[in-house]
Design a protein around this ligand. Structure first.
Ligand code: ADP
Ligand code: MG
Length: 275
């Protein structure tokens, strides 16, 4: 059997969602982080998960990745109870990664192949080719031999996207990949995400910026412990849904294309009522 590099994963019947989440509840000792969340995510879609701090975004991504035990409910992957090995790539928040670890960019991307080639086998020419092509896809071909600690924040995020590509993951989970990045670096990430779209990878990304969610993603998931909405941004971003998601920390503005813009920042009122 020949395996061509970085092709779309074997197609499944389009009616089988990449992820079917049913009545998902996740409780930490004191807190119910997710409450009765049910949603179907179709293969190949790119989904933005938005909601205020503490909404359960990270918990949802970890539960899908199998890193967080679920209290009740069910998550099915392409119709199966368990994800097939290596089909999920999870990119944690940047701060949770030790960037001083002395490895090169291509080593990190090659690690994405370990599950496929086995720990004890040496990487083949095919593996190295996949790594090289993945780096090209995310615009990092020139950085293959750089130490990861010497990259900018945006480049580091793209290394993880390349690793997901090299891994031939079908599902990519990213937790706030844009935090702390300047606008050009954010744009690079969106370009890399567009490259992953061509591979048919299903992508869930937690993020804060509602306009980016609307602009770059097929659907948005509005989350605040429970699922408020799951729809294309135009349908999801209604005043009622945004108030349900962000509560009082909200300023609504009508914008030219009919979308509502939101700031969920700051501002505890002072005792005399001024901000
Ligand atoms: P988000 O990513 O949307 O900010 P999280 O999933 O991190 O939300 O957290 C959801 C809720 O669960 C928060 O109230 C948070 O304090 C709580 N939480 C998250 N992780 C833990 C943990 N390991 N132990 C206890 N509580 C947690
Ligand atoms: Mg989080």
């Amino acid at each position: 059997m020949t395996v061509s590099a970085l092709t779309t994963p074997a197609t499944v019947a389009t009616t089988v969602p990449a992820l079917a989440i049913r009545h998902l509840t996740v409780r930490y000792r004191q807190t119910e982080a997710l409450s009765d969340v049910s949603v179907d995510i179709q293969a190949g879609e790119q989904i933005a998960i938005v909601g205020p701090n503490g909404a359960g975004k990270s918990t949802l991504l970890k539960a899908i990745a199998g890193l967080q035990p679920i209290t009740s409910g069910e998550i099915r992957f392409f119709g199966a109870e368990r994800a097939e090995p290596n089909t999920i790539a999870y990119v944690p928040q940047r701060l949770q990664v030790d960037w001083r670890f002395p490895v090169s960019v291509s080593d990190v991307v090659l690690m994405g192949r370990v599950g496929r080639i086995g720990l004890l086998r040496r990487p083949s020419h095919h593996d190295r080719l996949l790594v090289q092509r993945a780096l090209e896809r995310v615009g990092l071909a020139a950085f293959a031999n750089r130490q990861i600690g010497h990259l900018s924040g945006g480049q580091q995020q793209r290394v993880f996207l390349a690793r997901a590509l090299a891994q031939e993951a079908r599902l990519l989970l990213m937790d706030e990949p844009l935090v702390g990045l300047d606008i050009p670096s954010q744009d690079e990430i969106f370009r890399a995400l567009a490259a992953l779209r061509a591979e048919g990878v299903t992508i869930l990304t937690a993020l804060h910026d509602l306009q980016q969610a609307a602009r770059y993603f097929d659907r948005v998931m509005l989350l605040n412990r429970r699922l408020i909405a799951y729809a294309p941004a135009r349908e999801a971003f209604t005043a009622a849904n945004l108030v349900a998601t962000y509560g009082g920390h909200l300023h609504l503005l009508s914008s030219g294309d009919g979308l509502l813009t939101v700031a969920d920042t700051c501002c505890n009122p002072t005792p005399d009522g001024t901000l």
